[in-house]
Design a protein around this ligand. Structure first.
Ligand code: SB7
Ligand code: NI
Length: 188
């Protein structure tokens, strides 16, 4: 199981690499990696398990964050949330996106960043994505709101991009044109 000690931090070169495509059908090793990523995000949102294993809560995690430069990530929104989704994405891509942007009013955080980086992170408000699942089947879906933001945060990790790369350096809270603000907690 993935623990905080397994998560690499800012400054580690893997976080700045473009991760490799995953060969399909998935190898047993890649499948286990994908499952462990989903397990981490689920456990991290379970108060008891998070406390027991000292996990920082996150809605997503990408393979490069555990020093595996592979195009895999997991997202999880508890069934009690309106988002309610559990997703493993292999070789994900955005096939189309809205012109409209969105951003979290509280900014973003990252399991690989041990400091708060204030500022708005502009994202596409709506995206249509394609990826492969654990069974190696392709799927397509539309996302908006927080899941769309989280998907873009994770996809960025596969391309060596950190959330703060998108923050306006001169004025972190400068108004973002044509964007809908989204209220929600930051770190998770
Ligand atoms: C805020 C946080 C996340 C996504 C979008 C907004 C995920 C934080 C956890 N991660 O570091 C995942 O890469
Ligand atoms: Ni992150």
């Amino acid at each position: 199981m993935i623990l905080m000690k397994d998560i690499i931090r800012e400054g580690h070169p893997t976080l700045r690499k473009r991760s490799e495509e995953v060969a399909l059908p998935l190898s047993a090793e890649d499948k286990a990696l994908a499952e462990s990523l989903l397990e981490y995000v689920k456990n991290s949102q379970d108060d008891e398990l998070a406390e027991k294993y000292d996990l920082r809560a996150g809605v997503g995690i990408a393979a490069p964050q555990v020093n595996q430069a592979k195009r895999i990530f997991a997202l999880y929104f508890d069934p009690s949330t309106e988002e309610n989704m559990s997703l493993i994405a292999i070789n994900p891509k955005i096939v189309s996106h809205s012109v409209e942007k969105s951003y979290l009013t509280t900014g973003e955080g990252c399991l690989s960043v041990d400091r708060a980086v204030p500022g708005y992170v502009p994202r596409y408000a709506r995206i249509t994505v394609k990826a492969y699942n654990l069974q190696g089947e392709e799927f397509k879906m539309r996302l908006k709101g927080l899941p769309a933001i989280a998907f873009q945060h994770e996809l960025d990790h596969l391309n060596g991009i950190m959330f703060f790369d998108h923050i306006n350096a001169e004025n972190p809270f400068a108004e973002i044109e044509n964007a809908t603000p989204i209220e929600r907690g930051s770190g998770e």
